[in-house]
Design a binder for this molecule. Structure first.
Ligand SMILES: [Zn+2]
Ligand SMILES: [Zn+2]
Length: 317
């Protein structure tokens, strides 16, 4: 993966008030890598040691050591090495707080991932039910606004302060960290990683969520070169996230597919986690819920009994 788009000049970003926070992109720099996601999923399932990870998903020792070291460096995992025993890895508070991002990814995978495209971040994921242990029922989780309790829908929100999608794309440190992380020989890019792990793909999807549809508008909003934009639009179509349609004669417009629209809870989770754990001292990106006018605090609720879900009350199985 090469960097196909240089960062826009700083004054362009400053003028647009955008060069502040890249909450989603920071999160992606930490977790947006297929092996990292697999390791975290295993840890959430109670695995603790090298040998258990290798047995579960057949990762090489070198890749595993690299990813574990990064997760420890980012404060997501804690390493415990008792004398004479193999080291164990456990989730820190920061790591445990990724549970709802995983819930969002799990839901997308269930709906759009494995069955349609075997090249996903979790090809061995079974098709289990999700159980809310409080009510004891299998359920489908729903993301709701804590102020008005309405389900959070993609086009009912507006990002304010912090980063716009262009600022997310400009987060060079996060982008290069991710490119470095995915540069392993023999590691195929995975579908979710290709979407959330490429800063321009991420930016194009974010612009599409804001209603951008025409090539010239994407170009203008993202300050992206035409070749780079064409590449990303082609890739996102190939991934089944955008669809092109004829518009006003020879022009085309690009719209999110259902699979694309379904990425929305995940993008909110990326922003939430990045704001909470990685944006120290910076303006967080805030999102307003337009139906009630409040700043959005979106949380997952049980689709059966309606209660707010907590990590301890959700069982994947
Ligand atoms: Zn609301
Ligand atoms: Zn319930």
């Amino acid at each position: 993966m090469t960097d196909r788009q240089p960062d826009p000049p700083a004054d362009v970003a400053q003028a647009a008030g955008m060069a502040r926070s890249g909450a989603a992109q920071r999160t992606i720099a930490v977790v947006g890598d297929a092996w990292t996601l697999r390791i975290l999923r295993s840890v959430f399932r109670g695995r603790r040691r090298h040998g258990e990870f290798v047995a579960e998903f057949g990762v090489s020792r070198a890749v595993l050591s690299d990813r574990l070291a990064k997760l420890v460096a980012h404060g997501v995992l804690e390493r415990q090495a008792l004398a004479g025993r193999h080291p164990e890895y456990r989730l820190s508070d920061r790591g445990l707080d990724l549970w709802s991002l995983f819930l969002a990814m799990w839901q997308w995978e269930m709906d759009w991932g494995t069955a349609k495209d075997p090249d996903t971040w979790a090809p061995d994921l079974p098709r289990p039910t999700l159980t809310h242990t409080t009510c004891g029922q299998a359920m489908r989780p729903a993301l709701r606004c804590m102020a008005c309790r309405a389900p959070v829908l993609p086009f009912d929100t507006r990002a304010e302060g912090g980063a716009s999608e262009a600022a997310l794309a400009q987060d060079g440190a996060a982008g290069s960290a991710f490119r470095k992380a995915r540069g392993w020989a023999g590691e195929h890019p995975r579908r979710l990683s290709r979407i959330i792990g490429d800063r321009w793909n991420c930016a194009v999807v974010a612009a599409a969520f804001r209603g951008t549809r025409l090539f010239a508008r994407f170009q203008q909003e993202l300050q992206i070169g035409p070749t780079q934009l064409s590449d990303r639009l082609a890739e996102l179509q190939e991934l089944g996230i955008l669809r092109a349609r004829a518009y006003a004669g020879t022009r085309q417009e690009y719209r999110l597919t259902q699979a694309g629209i379904a990425l929305f809870p995940m993008t909110l989770e990326l922003v939430r986690w990045g704001n909470r754990w990685l944006a120290a001292g910076e303006d967080p990106l805030v999102v307003r819920h337009l139906p009630c006018g409040e700043l959005l605090d979106a949380r997952w609720h049980c689709g059966h009994c309606g209660e707010t879900l907590a990590r301890e009350t959700v069982r994947f199985g």
